[in-house]
Design a binder for this molecule. Structure first.
Ligand SMILES: [Zn+2]
Ligand SMILES: [Zn+2]
Length: 545
């Protein structure tokens, strides 16, 4: 599997290790091949994978490392293909000289027709480098498919009821910039996220990227200029647009109970938490800086701590060479842990993460789940360098906003209201359908996901929604967790729905005396894909009176 180990050539091994490191859980606009082989900046076009009908489509143009290879941008031609026709949108740049390390611009296109469904977009970028004219389609990677970008134009918004907001819980931005990867700038990420129908994202760049010298990712900066500018950028962007919130965060590399490096999402912490055990920045130094416990002790009451992709098994080489590990039950049992980001863009590790969560729920712990994609830019598809730097793999996983965390807010959207809702577990996770879980007691008091409610008996209301984009409803499962016997069981499964995309289920629960929780899973089917939504629980406390 690994020829680098056999050869044991230090720089190549290190490159191989870095590649494998990021290849598994940290996907990006990989540039290593072109950086090694090409005397050109990296040029990438990206669009959101979905958008609501009637809105202009933002097209993100990214040019990276033009400080080393400057270009003159002549024009950009965007073709939008529908079944019957092709619409062209030309943008003139008039030999715009690009010499920055990181240049980006978003242009917008809008069809004259009322489109709905799947469409393809081709972005042709015409530029000159060293006096020579060049033309690239969608990106300038040597081995990529240059295939058109794909967008779903949805007639309806994301399925939800009033008060719910959707966002990306785990993503990387242009503050991640190192040997093998870089993300999209904060403001561009916000613009594309907004077009997708999201209202927040957690910017969770790696601790070992945020402490780098802004001009040299191989050096650390004791004054933390990069981290400070990240905080300032987030604050400024949040002040400029109250309808979208960026949650400042960090993906900290920390030591688990076996002193192996695992990832920890810390949101809204006023200081940088160090962690570079698995950064491969210092060769052969892989010891974690801080443990999970130490992080939890350090964070203040305004900050939140979620285990990042706890169920994902690190690849063998990462386990071997940079001491990567996995969150185990003991790690998830540390007090002060708010939740587990069990969904990380794919189904990999989802069941394992869910099972850790359910074990903790059955131990009586109020702990919550969230979901994200670990996207590094990648709004449409990711391009990943394949082994051994001669191929380029592309697929549609780990896309920004594909897996979403839904949050219920009683008040206006803001950073504090979002953080409060995360802390209180008023969340669900979905890549399609939506289910709202409501419980009312005999006194007509009501509870939502994350709440505890006392009563003699309970009425459960479930509002299930999907849309043509996410397919027809296929199954609803209601689970109860008995906190005395410590067993979870399927309380009810529904396979017949009143409408294709809409269903209301009402249930009564009586004559029970065991403290328990209730949680719901909803599935929909779209072509051959099963899409899902998991709620956080409501805890039921049975009283006599
Ligand atoms: Zn991670
Ligand atoms: Zn990550």
């Amino acid at each position: 599997m690994n020829q680098y180990l056999v050869d044991f050539n230090f720089p190549f091994l290190k490159l191989g290790l870095l590649f494998l490191l990021y290849a598994e859980t940290h996907y990006s606009f990989k540039g290593i091949y072109s950086r090694l082989k090409k005397k050109e900046p990296e040029i990438i076009a990206d669009v959101p994978h979905r958008i609501k009908q009637g809105q202009p489509i933002p097209v993100l143009l990214l040019i990276k490392d033009a400080d080393q290879h400057s270009i003159e941008l002549n024009s950009v031609h965007i073709n939008l293909f529908s079944k019957e026709k092709k619409e062209c949108f030309p943008f003139e740049f008039n030999a715009l000289k690009i010499t920055e390390k990181f240049w980006h611009k978003t242009v917008e296109i809008q069809s004259t027709d009322n489109l709905s469904g799947k469409y393809r977009i081709d972005v042709t970028i015409k530029f000159s480098i060293n006096g020579k004219r060049r033309e690239v389609k969608n990106d300038n990677y040597t081995c990529s498919s240059h295939a058109p970008l794909e967008i779903y134009i949805s007639e309806s918004g994301l399925p939800k009821t009033n008060g719910w907001h959707f966002g990306e819980f785990h993503c990387h931005t242009s503050y991640t910039d190192d040997q093998v990867e870089f993300g999209a700038p904060l403001n561009a990420s916000r613009q594309l996220a907004e077009a997708m129908g999201l209202t927040f994202f957690c910017a969770t760049d790696h601790s070992y990227d945020l402490d780098d010298d802004p001009d040299n990712y191989l050096k650390n900066d004791p004054s933390l200029k990069k981290w400070h500018s990240f905080q300032d950028d987030v604050r400024r962007l949040n002040q400029s647009n109250s309808s979208f919130i960026i949650i400042p965060g960090e993906e900290v590399s920390v030591g688990n109970s076996k002193n192996r490096n695992v990832h920890f999402l810390v949101l809204n912490h006023p200081e940088l938490l160090p962690g570079d055990g698995d950064s491969a920045e210092k060769w052969l130094r892989t010891k974690p800086n801080l443990s999970i416990k130490e992080i939890l002790r350090r964070i203040n009451s305004n900050s939140l701590a979620f285990a990042a992709h706890p169920g994902v098994q690190p690849p063998f080489l990462e386990w071997l060479l940079v001491r990567r590990g996995k969150w185990n039950l003991q790690d998830c049992s540390n007090s002060g842990l708010h939740g587990l980001q069990i969904w990380n863009g794919t189904d990999e590790g989802l069941n394992e993460g869910k099972s850790l969560w359910i074990k903790r729920l059955l131990q009586g712990k109020r702990i919550f789940i969230s979901g994200g994609n670990d996207a590094h830019g990648n709004f449409n598809r990711f391009r990943q360098v394949g082994l051994p730097f001669f191929t380029l793999r592309e697929n549609y996983e780990h896309l920004f906003g594909k897996v979403r965390t839904g949050v219920f807010l009683e008040d206006k959207l803001s950073l504090p209201t979002l953080l409060k809702a995360f802390e209180n577990g008023r969340m669900l996770i979905t890549n399609g359908p939506f289910v709202e879980l409501l419980v009312k007691n005999n006194r007509n008091e009501s509870a939502k996901s994350g709440d505890c409610i006392s009563g003699k008996n309970f009425k459960i209301d479930l509002n299930c929604l999907s849309s043509p984009e996410f397919g027809k409803l296929s199954e609803l499962r209601i689970y109860t967790g008995n906190l005395i016997t410590r067993k979870e069981q399927l309380f009810k499964s529904v396979l017949n729905f009143s409408e294709l995309f809409k269903h209301h289920e009402e249930l009564k629960m009586r004559k029970n005396s065991t403290p328990s929780y209730l949680r719901v899973e909803l599935f929909s089917e779209n072509q051959n894909e099963v899409l899902k939504c998991f709620t956080n629980p409501i805890w039921l406390n049975w009283t006599l009176g």
